[in-house]
Design a protein around this ligand. Sequence first.
Ligand code: TRP
Ligand code: SF4
Length: 328
Amino acid sequence: MKKKGRILSGSRPTGNMHIGHLMGILQNWAKLQKDYETFFEIADWHALTTYYQDTEKLKENIYSMVADWIASGINPEDATLFVQSDVKEHAELHLLFSMLITVQRLNRNPTVKEMAKSLHLPQNISYGLLGYPILQSADILVYRADIVPIGEDQLPHLELTREIARRFNNLYGKVFPEPKPILTSFPRIPGIDGKRMAKSLGNAIYIRDSAQEIEKKVMQCFTDPKKIRKSDPGHPDGCVVFTYHKIFNSDNVPEIQENCKNGKIGCVECKKNAAKKINEYLLPIREKREKLLAKKETLKEILMDGASKARNETRKTMTLVREAMKLW
Ligand code: TRP
Ligand code: SF4
């Protein structure tokens, strides 16, 4: 079947994926893999830009991430899955692109600033972290991808990618397309405290969490503070548990809304139901994930195979790049 275009996206292996990633990113990728030629990368060099000191868990995190992906419906027969550092052309293109962008331009990137701030990194960030968006541009353009599915926080990086593509094409001749984003339409899932779900905030529900862990987390959720007894009328709209019902128990949402408002259901019961539904949804994914992780050799093969397919493309691009730039 003729594919509609080429997609590259990726994620840093900085720990396990949570249900926000699952519903927002992974399900979107799983849909796209059918219609597009897709490359999904585990961005281990990008992880090093902030976690260079603690590499102890890096390999384990890579396995865990690819298991999360496949268990969530990414199919290695459809999509090319690989580890960034297995495809050295990303580094070569990053180096060449780094000549085309000023330090001042990089200093304006809000996503890098936000990352440094939330990790409490010094004001004076490393050369590697400053260049994070250039490496991301190389990731995308080394495949001459035309579409990049990403979250909104990644838009500044894509803007830079487009600038680099234009700059390169103007200077040396047309090699690169100007890739366009597709933003995930799925609404953001809040963490159990009602803030954005993030590993760093300790409020995430992970794909790998056990049924007990999930129940415990949902029982701690932020709900309507005015609803203390079952008979108190509640306000589901500001309640995290209600949002979880909307996502994992959509059939019963009108009834829950009614019962919450009329004091016919208490928060404890409502939370138990939500946890049950989340668990029903995650159970097959969790089981598949565990099976995959029990056979790391197979995961390794998938990633090696992916890297080899990826290299077929990146080598072609680098030949074009060196020719256009009249390099040695
Ligand atoms: N910066 C992305 C993130 O934090 C990960 C990433 C690396 C990426 N390279 C990419 C995303 C290329 C899209 C395209 O999630
Ligand atoms: Fe939230 Fe459910 Fe309590 Fe209503 S009953 S406030 S929806 S947990």
